[in-house]
Ligand binder design. Structure first.
Ligand SMILES: CC(C)(COP(=O)(O)OP(=O)(O)OC[C@H]1O[C@@H](n2cnc3c(N)ncnc32)[C@H](O)[C@@H]1OP(=O)(O)O)[C@@H](O)C(=O)NCCC(=O)NCCS
Length: 184
């Protein structure tokens, strides 16, 4: 079943400790400083650490435009409640009854359950939509923190997608990934 053209996630949401909002181009200096310029953070991601702010501003502008068009993929910046400085990001791609998630957090905030908190909210939102039957994500086989986030958010390991994802920081060949999902 295809999603309604109008199906779109909440533009903002809050969890116990976080607020999430769409990115804007002028978030680029803060996002650069918080996590996007850190090669340890981007190690398993599909993009390399940014070396300059302007290309990141262009990317964040594209994320903002995706919200305006309503077509997605939809990305949020995550801020601690009571602050406006981004500490990470989470995104969803909705397609053909499936919602696929990705996430990243600034290193200094790792290990406090923040990503699990945001992912749990969005998994719950997704599976509450009549047209979404599968909430899923994948991570590199060597990224146990991300696998643990998926499991803590209620996704169940299904297997390994071999040669699935390019992580340019790690080299030119696609890498094996663990896939996890929650279905209804
Ligand atoms: C993956 C990432 C988003 C996790 O964010 P986080 O907010 O620190 O995650 P949480 O605190 O919610 O949970 C992390 C879990 O992984 C566990 N963990 C961390 N490092 C681990 C390791 N090397 N081996 C096993 N478990 C590990 C933590 O102990 C925690 O589990 P616990 O609550 O049972 O103790 C963050 O590490 C990150 O941004 N990494 C770089 C970007 C990335 O890899 N994104 C995912 C791409 S698929």
């Amino acid at each position: 079943m295809n999603a309604r053209p109008s199906l779109r996630p909440p533009q903002t949401f809050a969890t116990a400790r976080l607020v999430a909002r769409p990115p804007a181009a002028d978030d680029a200096p803060a996002v650069f400083a918080a996590y996007a310029s850190d090669p340890e953070v981007t190690r398993y991601l599909s993009w390399r650490a940014y070396e300059r702010v302007p290309p990141l501003a262009t990317f964040l502008q594209e994320c903002a435009a995706n919200w305006e068009k309503g077509a997605g993929p939809f990305a949020w910046l995550l801020c601690l409640k009571g602050t406006t400085t981004p500490i990470g990001s989470i995104g969803v791609t909705i397609e053909g009854g499936k919602a696929m998630f990705g996430y990243v957090l600034a290193k200094k905030f790792w290990g406090h359950g923040f990503t699990t908190e945001a992912l749990t909210f969005l998994v719950d939102w997704s599976l509450a939509q009549p047209e979404i039957f599968r909430a899923w994500a994948f991570c590199d086989v060597e990224n146990p923190a991300s696998q643990r986030v998926m499991e803590k958010a209620g996704l169940v390991r299904e297997g390994v997608l071999r040669r699935w994802h390019m992580s340019p920081t790690l080299g030119p060949e696609p890498r094996d990934c663990i896939v996890c999902a929650k279905v209804k």
